[in-house]
Design a protein around this ligand. Structure first.
Ligand code: ADP
Length: 253
């Protein structure tokens, strides 16, 4: 069986193809059309794998753009896909923290990988990858550069909860000569604190895994570890967890 899982997010479209003992993955910016992004991911996967479209048994789609893709056999929630992806490789995990471009989620799973509870913040950009992108932009950096430039010893507290106010707070901190590294440490702490508060409301049960594109940010990983006070598992393919789960669910439908 050959299965494709797609996770069409607000920022990035991810695809995973599982074909026997071979696997392929592709990430592209979602851009303005989730439908085109999904289509392009499928084409890329076929290209890199050399597998023909007629050989694909299942295409399962998740993510905010999942409704737009008519090429898929099935659409599944991101919560189910993250749970499935983690349960496959980290069966010891009971709490998943997923921070993506436009929302953050805390998912509790049992020993069978079944979702038992979850919480989600999709109302406000603070505590999401979007917040980090806006802050990186204000600092004149790319979001991928934040973690290396962070200086925890010079951390300042970012008081504003709202993205727009936090942006002006950062502009005034820079004008006062506060170091960029210290501001970045404050930004990371602010995201981690919000997400940790949501996790504590759901109830944290170890082991904890961190998924989504924001898990690529080592500064957030460290800050989240400090806020939760426990070790956090980061899957090698953290940004692809949803797509991987979708591909695995393709074998089961
Ligand atoms: P979505 O599914 O909503 O598109 P993702 O889970 O793909 O979101 O995560 C996107 C977020 O991941 C971005 O907003 C950004 O903050 C973060 N991100 C993406 N690539 C990197 C990187 N190389 N380093 C650090 N952070 C990253």
């Amino acid at each position: 069986m050959i299965s494709i899982g797609l996770d069409i997010g607000s920022v990035a479209a991810k695809g995973v193809m599982l074909a026997g003992d071979r696997s392929f993955k592709v990430v592209l910016p979602t851009g303005w059309s989730p439908r085109d992004a999904g289509h392009n991911i499928i084409e890329h996967l076929l290209d890199v794998s050399g597998i023909r479209r007629s050989e694909i048994n299942a295409i399962v789609v998740t993510g905010y753009g999942r409704v737009a893709l008519d090429e898929a056999d099935k659409a599944v929630t991101e919560i189910s896909c993250h749970a499935r992806g983690i349960a496959e490789f980290y069966p010891e995990v009971r709490t998943i923290i997923d921070i993506g471009g436009q929302d953050s989620k805390v998912i509790r799973i049992n020993e069978k990988g079944k979702v038992v509870d979850f919480a989600m913040n999709d109302k406000c950009a603070a505590g999401t990858g979007r917040f980090l992108q806006v802050m990186a932009n204000t600092l004149g950096m790319d979001v991928s550069e934040l973690s290396v430039a962070e200086i925890v010893e010079e951390k300042v507290t970012i008081n504003s909860m709202c993205t727009v106010f936090a942006e002006s707070e950062i502009v005034s901190l820079m004008a006062r000569g506060v170091s960029k590294g210290g501001i970045i440490a404050g930004i990371h702490e602010s995201v981690a604190r919000r997400v940790a508060a949501m996790a504590k409301r759901v109830g944290i049960k170890e082991k904890v895994a961190f998924t989504g594109g924001v898990a690529l940010n080592a500064g957030i990983r460290r800050a989240l570890g400090r806020e939760l006070g426990c070790d956090i598992i980061i899957p090698d393919v953290c940004q692809f967890t949803g797509a991987l789960g979708a591909a695995l669910l393709g074998f089961e439908s």
